[in-house]
Design a protein around this ligand. Structure first.
Ligand code: FVH
Length: 293
């Protein structure tokens, strides 16, 4: 079988919001697709578009060598594959999980005669099947397994292979999602500050997006500090200055009747680092505090 050919057939387990978007993308590109979902009704619109609907997960897995999972979480993957013959299968897991869960799944797959490629989706369903959407999927695990299926995997959205360790796709995924979570925390606080004032949120959003975009490149400076081990050279806003500024941020929150609970944990870390004599550092010192065991 030429697995790089455009008409590669595959199986997809899981037809939630993301699984359904993936299914539509593969069908639109002409890939014969077998689908299964715990709640069978979710497969009906895909059957109308030409997908083969399997009655059980085992039947769906048996239909193709390439089997993609996009389920809620690691537990649902375990339940779905329980008792299913995986011998000779190339399993691609697009379910969000931890690096440890991905490594354990790769081992369980190998024990059952299958090869596992793990994926971390950096996209939301409306970005799937849309050219140049900016979305992509991190993949990790066997390079040859990725190369074998790279064309069909690139149909829904772009791909980024990040190494042989099956846990690394999940690690990259969760690291980016964690950074995003911190950003959302800051954004929530900012909107809370202006609430009740004569400031239209949509106008403010424009400023917020511009400022966050301008600040985003600071991650390169922090990466440089972490790589060199020199946390002080070229620092534009050192921790001592940021801690001094924190007082104004907290007082403004109080004046506006906004809880400081989203800002306080990060401020406490900066204060600790300054108290330990590192006020001239940039943010890399906070990474040391977080990873100190
Ligand atoms: N949707 C998103 O924006 C994000 C974008 C980034 C990647 N995530 C991850 O993708 C996985 C699937 O997400 P989803 O959006 O498709 O999730 P749901 O719409 O909630 O669908 C969940 C599917 O999982 C099935 N399921 C749940 N529990 C079980 C189980 N115990 N056994 C078998 N299947 C199970 C569920 O089936 P049903 O409820 O329809 O019967 C859905 O097919 C996820 O890891 C995201 O973190 C999406």
């Amino acid at each position: 079988t030429d697995y790089s050919a455009q008409s590669t057939s595959l199986t997809l387990l899981g037809l939630g919001a993301m699984g359904t978007a993936l299914a539509h993308a593969w069908l639109a590109a002409g890939h014969p697709l077998t689908v299964w979902n715990r709640t069978a009704a979710r497969a009906e619109p895909l059957a109308a578009r030409g997908a083969s609907v399997a009655a059980t997960a085992a039947e769906a897995v048996a239909a193709n060598r390439l089997v993609v999972l996009c389920l809620l979480d690691d537990d649902s993957v375990g339940e779905t594959l329980d008792g299913v013959d995986l011998t000779g299968k190339d399993v691609v897991n697009l379910t969000t999980g931890t690096p440890g869960q991905s490594r354990a799944l790769a081992q369980r797959a190998a024990d059952r005669g299958a090869r596992l490629l793990d994926g971390g989706i950096m996209a939301v369903p409306p970005m799937i099947g849309v050219a140049n959407s900016g979305g992509y999927v991190f993949y990790s695990g066997s390079r040859s397994l990725f190369d074998t299926h790279s064309r069909v995997l690139a149909v829904p959205t772009a791909t980024r292979y990040v190494g042989e360790d099956p846990g690394h796709a999940a690690l990259y995924d969760v690291a980016l999602l964690s950074a995003m979570t911190g950003m959302f925390a800051g954004v929530s606080h900012a909107f809370a500050l202006i609430r009740g004032e004569d400031i239209p949120p949509k106008d403010f959003a424009h400023l917020l997006a511009g400022w966050l975009t301008a600040m985003a490149s600071s991650v390169y400076g922090m990466a440089g500090q972490l790589e060199s081990g020199d946390y002080t050279t070229g620092v534009a806003s050192n921790l001592a200055m940021q801690v001094a500024g924190s007082a104004t941020l907290l007082r403004t929150a109080e004046e506006q009747g906004v809880s400081p609970e989203l800002l306080s944990p990060y401020m406490a870390l900066m204060e600790r680092r300054v108290a330990e004599g590192h006020g001239d550092e940039g943010g890399a010192g906070i990474v040391d505090l977080l990873t100190r065991r």
